[in-house]
Design a protein around this ligand. Structure first.
Ligand SMILES: NC(=O)c1ccc[n+]([C@@H]2O[C@H](COP(=O)([O-])OP(=O)(O)OC[C@H]3O[C@@H](n4cnc5c(N)ncnc54)[C@H](O)[C@@H]3O)[C@@H](O)[C@H]2O)c1
Ligand SMILES: N[C@@H](CCO)C(=O)O
Ligand code: NA
Length: 438
């Protein structure tokens, strides 16, 4: 009978996440059928190589021809866990054009091309779900897209990369060097094979683009996200932050500018966060997203942002929802409510800033430094001076200044740093870190 027909599912990719998705689809088929109201039938798994042992899965399901698999024309659902831009992009567009709904964990693809994918989903009346693409198992895409859609998001600040959080946490709490902490993250399997995407913030920036788009109902592309990773964060930065009551976290931040036609500020950078802030206590490879909205106030979402099974949990939540939609003959319109807010250049972003530099210890120097800040409209909150001894001291620069500013724009702050560099009474090294949270 037509009602008893299973929903046909294809899986693309059988790596860390895909193998866990396959396991759940097979082992939990009865439970899934009960929750959906119809069985799911896994009809094919697209892989790159057939000569790999994949226990527990019928070998007849595997194919290296993913393009033919998604173009069968009778699929209800395609799950993409290959990663990267191509061939994932072409495969998903083809799947949707052939009438299948899509579930993907691919933040790189969504970060670069959300508009084309959501347009294709709408044009074909199918679903595009991607909970696993941001912060793995943590429900954050659907809370922003559905639960909070009647509210007004003010800001989203998140720890969305497990590898960098692990590195910064171990440098802070165990005194490990950057390299040792990174090696540990690689051994534990959080880091990418080439950890540049983690360390330089590119992975977090793709997730920031997705979060900003969801929070502010607009399209934000990865290239528009200001991105600075953690490779230049030193043990001195972490120790100085600690002394002042802060921890250093790599944050993805999205908020609106304070102007009538508000634009989106979206950025990823190492950030000093007060130890009392909810994000400060997120340790190890955990992820967390802190949301501030008009009516709900402050919300915190925390959990495992990486790993095969946690990420598969988010994929399967989407699979069940999309399957239910399919049975109702409905799809979730991705573009309704989309506005066309611009993304503001990073120079317009404001934050408090921490600045550390060495100066000559003689009369008038502190006043001259204060004048440089004042000349560029940067107001000082606190200034601490300490005397440098021995190896910490550069010839002629005997005092270290730790300065905390009030809120200042990146443009004004950059002008301050340029002028400090030009001043004969300031040493060569000027370290700056942005500060967020209260
Ligand atoms: N691993 C995680 O913790 C995690 C967390 C969140 C999101 N993701 C995302 O999930 C996706 C998969 O990640 P992963 O960790 O499982 O990666 P992975 O490298 O372990 O698996 C990807 C698999 O896809 C296969 N593949 C490559 N080209 C293919 C093709 N043309 N057709 C079919 N298969 C092909 C590869 O051989 C590999 O086995 C990525 O988009 C990743 O960003 C991963
Ligand atoms: N390498 C990523 C995997 C999850 O996206 C991380 O460390 O968070
Ligand atoms: Na998620």
């Amino acid at each position: 009978m037509a009602e008893a027909e299973p929903l046909k599912v294809a899986l693309l990719g059988a790596g860390v996440v895909g193998s866990q998705v396959a396991r759940i689809l097979i082992a939990e088929s009865a439970t899934l059928a009960a929750r959906i109201g119809r069985p799911l039938e896994l009809v094919g798994i697209g892989v790159r190589r057939l000569d790999v042992e994949r226990p527990g899965v019928d070998p007849a399901l595997f194919t290296t021809d993913s393009a033919a698999l998604v173009a069968r024309g009778d699929l209800d659902l395609v799950i993409e866990v290959i990663g990267g831009i191509e061939p994932a992009r072409s495969l998903l567009l083809s799947a949707m054009e052939h009438g299948a709904s899509v579930v993907t964990a691919n933040k790189a693809l969504l970060g670069s091309d959300m508009a084309a994918l959501s347009h294709c989903a709408n044009a074909n009346g199918v679903d595009l779900y991607y909970e696993a693409a941001v912060a793995g198992a943590i429900p954050i895409v659907r809370p922003l897209r559905e639960s909070l859609v009647g509210d007004e998001i003010r800001a989203v600040m998140g720890i969305v990369n497990g590898t960098t959080n692990y590195i910064l946490d171990k440098m802070t709490t165990a005194g490990l060097s950057f390299d040792v902490a990174l090696n540990q993250a690689q051994e534990l399997g959080f880091a990418e094979a080439d950890p540049t995407a983690d360390v330089e913030g590119h992975d977090a920036a793709a997730k920031a683009a997705i979060l900003a788009g969801l929070a502010f109902h607009t399209e934000v592309r990865r290239e528009e996200v200001f991105c600075e990773g953690i490779s230049r964060v030193t043990e001195t930065d972490i120790a100085a932050a600690d002394q002042m009551g802060f921890v250093v976290k790599l944050l993805a931040i999205a908020r609106l500018t304070d102007e009538p036609d508000a634009r989106v500020i979206v950025k990823v950078h190492p950030t000093m966060v007060p130890k009392t802030h909810p994000l400060a206590s997120v340790s190890g490879a955990y992820n967390a997203i802190f949301v501030e909205s008009r009516d709900a106030g402050q919300l915190m979402f925390m959990g495992q942002g990486a790993g095969g099974a946690p990420t598969a949990s988010a994929v399967m939540g989407d699979v069940v929802t999309v399957a239910r939609n399919r049975l109702r003959g409905a799809s979730n319109d991705m573009q309704t409510g989309y506005t066309t807010r611009g993304v503001a250049p990073i120079g317009d972003a404001t934050a408090r800033h921490y600045i550390r530099f060495d100066v000559a210890d003689r009369p008038g120097v502190l006043a001259a430094c204060a004048t440089i800040f004042g000349d560029h409209n940067v107001s000082l909150q606190t200034v601490q001076q300490s005397h440098l001894e021995g190896a910490r001291r550069q010839a002629g620069f005997e005092a270290r200044l730790n300065v905390m500013t009030h809120e200042a724009s990146e443009t004004d702050l950059a002008a301050v740093v340029t002028d400090l560099h030009l001043a004969s009474f300031v040493g060569d090294t000027i370290d700056v870190m942005r500060v967020e949270g209260h």
